[in-house]
Design a protein around this ligand. Structure first.
Ligand SMILES: C[S@@+](CC[C@H](N)C(=O)[O-])C[C@H]1O[C@@H](n2cnc3c(N)ncnc32)[C@H](O)[C@@H]1O
Length: 291
């Protein structure tokens, strides 16, 4: 009874964000990483940042805003901010129909194209979260090339804003929930069971290199090696149109002529760009840079 009572008091003390504090923080977050938090998701900042305020002993969201803008500890706190505001949901073999098109149409076409020109394959997984997407791509490459994979120069560049998810991606250990749509034979072939978890095998890990990138930062995007395929699934959904245009145009510039862009199934380039040719397959639209 007494613990219930004290919980009620604690809940009563939950910090509320004012409209002005919300607007300041929303604009700041947008400037920093392009994630746009709509007015009807004010509760999200209140809930997710409330704990940061408590940890830092700050009295209100205005103090937190000023801390982020002016305090010396800001670099570390920016990382924490990115961790709490990003949504990192992902899984292996996410959206199987789209991946089937990737394997049977996109990858076969690209591999055919570069067989004659040095067997060099570059794929960019932008917004890779905890690594399931780039490792899935690596497994599909292994499935297609089998032993011949050793004769190719392959790199999957996998980036995210959050250092925390990248750390977990590099570890490469997963629970069975994230493998729920992965074919059984793939699990057997490319994972090592370890203490109740599944560890990605070295031959898959070898193809992926992880690094921190903020998609808001044009200079960083320009430094990514040019690719034949860009994956950016379930990321631009968090951006407004201006940020979507900026990021998609960076992908266009990064792609080699004839390259492909793959976005999430609920995302669209409508009103964003006409530079790509959409190719319609059952269960997936893939975007091609002609040339
Ligand atoms: C929902 S996850 C998608 C993961 C994976 N692509 C998939 O479809 O399963 C979105 C990821 O985008 C990342 N992200 C969001 N804004 C970003 C930015 N400005 N720069 C880099 N990554 C960002 C988040 O940290 C998060 O891990």
């Amino acid at each position: 009874m007494s613990s219930l009572f004290s919980k009620t008091i604690a809940l009563g003390k939950e910090l509320k964000i004012t409209d002005q504090e919300f607007a300041n923080l929303r604009d700041f977050i947008y400037e920093q990483c392009g994630i746009y938090i709509a007015d009807n998701r004010k509760y999200l900042l209140e809930n997710r940042l409330g704990n940061r305020l408590k940890k830092l002993n700050l009295r209100n969201f205005d103090e937190y805003y000023n801390y982020l803008r002016f305090d010396a500890g800001k670099v570390g706190e920016m990382k924490k901010l990115f961790e709490v505001i990003t949504t990192n949901e992902t899984s292996f073999y996410r959206n199987p129909p789209q991946l089937q098109v990737f394997q049977e149409k996109v990858l076969t076409d690209v591999l055919e194209g570069c067989r004659a020109s040095g067997r060099k394959l570059r794929i960019w997984s932008a917004g890779c979260s905890t690594g399931e997407e780039p490792y899935t791509i690596a497994m599909i490459i292994h499935e297609l090339l089998r032993a011949d994979v050793a004769n190719w120069d392959i790199r999957i560049t996998a980036n995210d804003l959050s250092d925390r998810v990248l750390e977990s991606a590099r570890k490469g250990e997963y629970n069975d929930y994230t493998l729920r749509t992965t074919p059984k034979e793939i699990v057997q072939r490319y994972f090592e069971p370890e203490n109740g978890l599944y560890a990605v095998k070295p031959e898959v890990k070898r193809l992926v290199s992880f690094g921190q990138i903020n998609l808001r930062d044009r200079a960083q995007l320009k430094r990514v090696e040019r690719s034949q395929i860009v994956f950016c699934r379930n990321v631009i959904i968090y951006f407004d149109d201006a940020m979507k245009k900026q990021v998609i145009s960076a992908f266009y510039d990064n792609l080699l002529p004839g390259g492909y862009l793959i976005i999430g199934h609920s995302e669209s380039l409508h009103n964003i760009t006409r530079a790509f040719k959409p190719i319609h397959f059952p269960g997936a639209i893939i975007y091609k840079k002609e040339g």
